[in-house]
Design a protein around this ligand. Structure first.
Ligand code: ZN
Length: 289
């Protein structure tokens, strides 16, 4: 079983109430550390990295609003590339979540919000949805992001790129893109002898101009509406009776003091096991982001 297959297996067992569900990181040393890109939603703070059953030192965490990748050479894409090249990340997981507020943001609402912030319409790009990459379906957003990362010239063919969806109520993870499958089947264009490939080899990104931000023309809202089409139907909700009781959100971090119990070194002859905590349900007064 590969790393993220084991992570999801342990996650599903934990959500189903198996208190012993967890992961032996030492078995996956060749796949660690992992790089995760998630949304900025503060409700996610309580989930990571515990929901992956990974120790904190094996978890490289990037965040942006909506876990969006806007192009194969975007700023987030460059951070992902450096996370691999500088910090040694071995696998990339883009992890979206249910009830993402970015997915509910239309161009007109966005304009109103910016107006409230004192930003006039004429100072903003013509196609806000396209510019910010807002989406109507988190699943489609994940598929698109994984395609960008998989096809980016900044990410080598050795890095699996996964897309996962986190249920923010139960903590359950779901595959959207299995990076091991696409990893095995992807046929990247051969790198030219001259070094950095021409952007043209990336197919759909021919219009991208390095160093120049382009605002594609189109009717506001088209992008989100199109992305939403063809979205896979949501699975039926998990019955609450199948879940372990909710756990209160952990206390705030005190500077210099870890909020989690320290991980004890494995005794000789025994492997270190990181337990997977039960799912977390934020309080009803928890502010949504
Ligand atoms: Zn979100």
């Amino acid at each position: 079983m590969k790393l993220f297959e084991a992570i999801i297996d342990a996650n599903h067992r934990a959500v189903a109430g198996d208190a012993s569900a967890g992961l032996h990181p030492s078995e996956y040393a060749d796949s660690l550390p992992v790089i995760a890109l998630t949304c900025i939603d503060p409700r996610l703070n309580a989930f990571f990295p515990n929901v992956l059953a990974l120790p904190a030192e094996q978890f490289i965490w990037l965040r942006n609003a909506g876990n969006i990748i806007t192009s194969p050479l975007s700023s987030t894409m460059r951070s992902l590339a450096l996370a691999c090249a500088v910090k040694g990340g071995r696998e990339i997981a883009i992890i979206g979540h249910t009830d993402c507020q970015v997915a509910k943001m239309t161009a007109s609402v966005l304009l109103d919000r910016f107006k409230d912030l004192g930003i006039d319409r004429h100072k903003l790009p013509s196609n806000l949805s396209e510019f910010f990459g807002v989406f109507g379906s988190e699943r489609q957003n994940l598929i698109k992001a994984c395609d960008f990362v998989r096809g980016s010239p900044l990410i080598g063919p050795k890095i699996p790129v996964h897309g996962l969806l986190l249920d923010i109520e139960t903590g359950k993870l779901e595959w959207v893109v299995n990076g091991y499958e696409t990893w095995a089947s992807s046929a990247l264009p051969p790198e030219p002898a001259g070094g950095f490939p021409e952007l043209g080899v990336l197919g759909g990104f021919k219009d991208f101009v390095m160093g120049e931000m382009k605002f594609p023309h189109g009717k506001i809202g088209d992008s989100a509406a199109n992305i939403g089409e063809g979205a896979a139907p949501l699975p039926p909700p998990t019955p609450p009776t199948a879940l372990t009781p909710p756990r209160p959100v952990p206390p705030p971090v005190v500077p210099g003091q870890s909020p989690l119990p320290p991980i004890q070194p494995a005794a000789p002859g025994r492997r270190l096991k990181v337990p997977l905590p039960p799912p977390i349900r934020p309080g009803s007064n928890f502010r949504r982001g």
